[in-house]
Structure formats: C-alpha cells, structure tokens
Design a protein around this ligand. Structure first.
Ligand code: NAD
Length: 319
C-alpha cells in the first residue's frame, strides 16, 4: 500500500513538472515575441572595464572605436604591438577615452596570466571580456600543416580557456561579469575550405554553451552574462586572399563590413542577448535548418550557393 502511494506521488510530481515546463515554455515564447518588438533597454557601459582581444584587427578595432564614446575603459590586447599602440594612441587622442594597449599573445597561457596581473594593477578588475582574436587559414583540410592546425586551436580555442580561467573567478566573486565571444557562422554551419577553422569555432560555441550550463548549476548563482556572436564573412585582414560567394546577396551579403559586426556585437552586449547572428539569416541556417534531414540540409546549402575559397592573388588587406 505504502509503495503504491509513493509511486502515485512520483507520477503526480512528474505530471506537475511537465505542466510547469509547458507553461514556462509558452511564457518564454511570448516573452521572446514581445522582446522582438520591444527590445530590452541597453545597459550603460560607463566606467566598465572592457578587455578586447585582437583589438587592432578589423572587427576588434571597430569594437574599441564604437565602445569609446560609450564611456567604457578599454584594455586593448593584440599580438601586433606597433599596430595596437598606434591605434590606441589615436583613439585616445580622438575620443579622450581611457584606453590601455598591451602586447599579448593570447595563445600563451603564462603570458596571459602575467599581463592580466599587470592589468589588475594598472586598471583594476575586468567587468567585460570580448574574446575576439582569431586566425583563419582558408584551404582544404588535407592541405593544412600540423603546425597550422596546432596554432589554430591555440589561438581560436585555448586562448578563450586561458583568459576565462583567469577572469571568471573574480567575476563570480563580485557577482558581475559579461563574456562576449566572437564566434562565426562557421561555428554552427559546415563550411568547405574552412574545415579546421570551423572546428575551432564549433569548439568555442560548444564550450560557451556548456560553461553557461555549468554556471547555471553553480550554487552561488553568479550573475555572469554571455553573448556569442556568429558573423558571416566580413571584410577584414582575416579575409584577405579569400573570396566569399553568396547566390542571394539580398538574404546573405557576400561580405559584411566590420563596422556592422561591431555595432551588432555591442548592441547584443548592452541588451544581454545570448546569441547574435549577423546577418539574421544565419540564425535560421544554423539552428532551425538543423531539424531538416542531413540530405535536405545539403540540398538547401547547395541551393543557397554560399561558400568561401582561397584566391590566388591576395585581396587587399583592410584594417
Ligand atoms: N572576418 C571574417 O570574415 C570573420 C567572420 C566571422 C568571424 N570572425 C571572427 O572575428 C574575429 C576577429 O577577426 P577579424 O576579421 O577582425 O580578423 P583580423 O585578422 O582583421 O584581426 C584579428 C586580430 O587578432 C590579432 N591576433 C591574432 N593572433 C593573435 C594572438 N595570438 N594574440 C593576440 N592577438 C592576436 C591580430 O593581430 C589582429 O589584430 C576572429 O575571431 C574571427 O574568427 C571573422
């Protein structure tokens, strides 16, 4: 008898949990539709210390330039010392922003640790991290050298681990932080000629999603926000020597401009959006379309006719 009561109780509990799940699911969808029409107000970045990696490159440079008028304090990291120093000097002169230039190879764990200690002394705690530095050799997978593949993972993946292992504990302690990740459309969509790069971006996407889940179950319930950005091909130095094609440029431009990517990234940061797809069509191609049969996904990809390939003559380097 007691066993029967206990079993009924378990079943009632399951049914109740299912009802709660359904109600919450409907509420989340209603909230999402509402937020589509009435976006959350942007949060202030005044006085927030923002670390941007790859700050002197195409997208990173635009991120810093657009954050400057918002009153953020910029900690600019790049492996290219001269370019970064010149950029930060100009930015400070033009906008009066408080900005600091550091030469850092983000793939070098001890270098990241040492420079972060210096940043804490010079500037203070970091409130927002924008993990943006990256490299992108474009060629068929079998043409990648082992050295190239190791470097790809060191810069595009491991660097995220080194930075976050250093900054997250303090963010959790002070119960405030925001991690922004420049991922890529190739982090959710298969892309030929970028198989290895796409692997690094899938890794970063998976890492951030799982880290979010881990923190959700952390007993301290840390107030750490995450924004991951998935841009399509963008006209920066990264794309030099690479041609990007799109059959329907009115849906998916052949190339984005770094100004647009930076603007949407900062909008996502200020409104606490978890995912930012640039352009919006990437959301459909990278998420909804995954419900289709693999064969249909391939047929649809062929129909859309989007791909990148190396070109023999180096395209003009844009910075
Ligand atoms: N350009 C695109 O088509 C595109 C599309 C989607 C995503 N992304 C991503 O956006 C991010 C920025 O790319 P971008 O287009 O501005 O490239 P970019 O080459 O113009 O700039 C990258 C910057 O990172 C710096 N960097 C490279 N290795 C570094 C290291 N080890 N340590 C510190 N800094 C280093 C470079 O010096 C450079 O200033 C990358 O993560 C890239 O994967 C780019």
């Amino acid at each position: 008898m007691a066993k029967c009561v206990a079993q009924s109780w378990v079943i009632m509990q399951d049914v109740w949990d299912l009802i709660v799940l359904l109600v919450m699911t409907i509420a989340a969808h209603i909230r999402a539709v509402y937020r589509n029409f009435v976006p959350p107000p942007p949060k202030s970045l005044v006085g927030k210390v923002v670390l941007v990696t790859g700050s002197s490159g195409g997208i990173g440079r635009q991120i810093c330039s657009q954050l400057a008028p918002k009153g953020a304090v910029l900690v600019c990291w790049d492996v290219d010392k001269r370019s970064n120093d010149n950029f930060v000097k100009d930015l400070v002169a033009k906008t009066g922003v408080k900005a600091f230039s550091y030469q850092v190879d983000v793939s070098d764990r001890s270098h990241v640790q040492t420079v972060l200690q210096k940043v804490r002394q010079d500037v203070g705690d970091i409130n927002i991290v924008i993990n943006n530095a990256g490299i992108m050799p474009c060629k068929p997978f079998l043409k990648n050298t082992p050295e190239e593949l190791e470097k790809l993972f060191q810069i595009n993946v491991l660097a995220h681990f080194w930075v976050l292992q250093e900054v997250l504990p303090r963010m959790i302690e002070v119960n405030e932080g925001h991690i922004v990740t420049t991922c890529s459309a190739t982090g959710i969509i298969p892309t030929r000629n970028l198989a290895a790069y796409s692997g690094t971006k899938h890794a970063v996407h998976g890492f951030i999603e799982s880290l979010k889940d881990e923190l959700r179950y952390d007993s301290r319930k840390p107030n750490i926000k995450f924004t991951t950005v998935y841009p399509f091909a963008c006209s920066t130095g990264l794309l030099s020597g690479i041609k990007s094609y799109s059959r329907f440029p009115f849906i998916l431009n052949e190339v984005l401009q770094p100004e647009e990517v930076a603007e949407k990234l900062i909008d996502g940061l200020q409104r606490n959006y978890e995912h930012v797809y640039i352009p919006n069509f990437i959301r459909f191609a990278g998420t909804t379309a995954k419900c289709l049969l693999p064969e249909v996904q391939r047929l649809s990809a062929d129909f859309m006719g989007c791909y990148v390939e190396p070109v023999s003559t180096e395209a003009k380097k844009i910075k």
